[in-house]
Design a binder for this molecule. Sequence first.
Ligand SMILES: *[C@@H]1O[C@H](CO)[C@@H](O)[C@H](O)[C@H]1NC(C)=O
Length: 193
Amino acid sequence: MAPTFLQAVTVLLLTSVAHVQAETHTIRFDNQCGQGTPILILGGQIVSNGSEYSTSGNALSGIAYVGECGFNGEGCSLIEFTLNNPICVGCGSSADISLIPPHAFNVPTTFSYFNGCDGQGATCNSATCNTAFFKSDDNQVQVGCQTDNVGLLVSFCTEGSSSASASSATPSSNEPTIFRTPVVTPQSATPTT
Ligand SMILES: *[C@@H]1O[C@H](CO)[C@@H](O)[C@H](O)[C@H]1NC(C)=O
């Protein structure tokens, strides 16, 4: 028997509700600096002092930093991100490193996606890196990801290591790995707050 119109609508509604509830994002930290506490701020609140943080059912937009910094990461390298499941072409997740004053390079900083776009990200290892915002129109440094439910690994002092499952047992070359991705059409860039 063919489903009735009402049955079809019900299935559609349940499917879309399930889809919305399924959105989940995780921020993970790897601090190899030997000091300092990674800080994760969402909506003006510290929500993590370096432990993993996940949301379920909504997007995740915020900033992270480590070191002797102002509340919003002033004086430090800043990671800014919005993790959201794309509902239009190119309007998925985006992340970047900002050194726009009052931010300033303090430690090598890396971000990389996992659970989608694995390993894509950026590393800034010096105050002259070309992978961070220095002025507000450096949009090419943003790294996007159009996969649902991606997470972000935020690493400090890891010399460009960006694997979510990085093994400390295997010494790697000192050459930092810099991940480059094509220019991403910025959504509303999350400006430095
Ligand atoms: C982070 O650390 C501060 C200072 O120790 C503490 O007041 C705060 O509750 C912590 N926040 C979280 C989310 O753990």
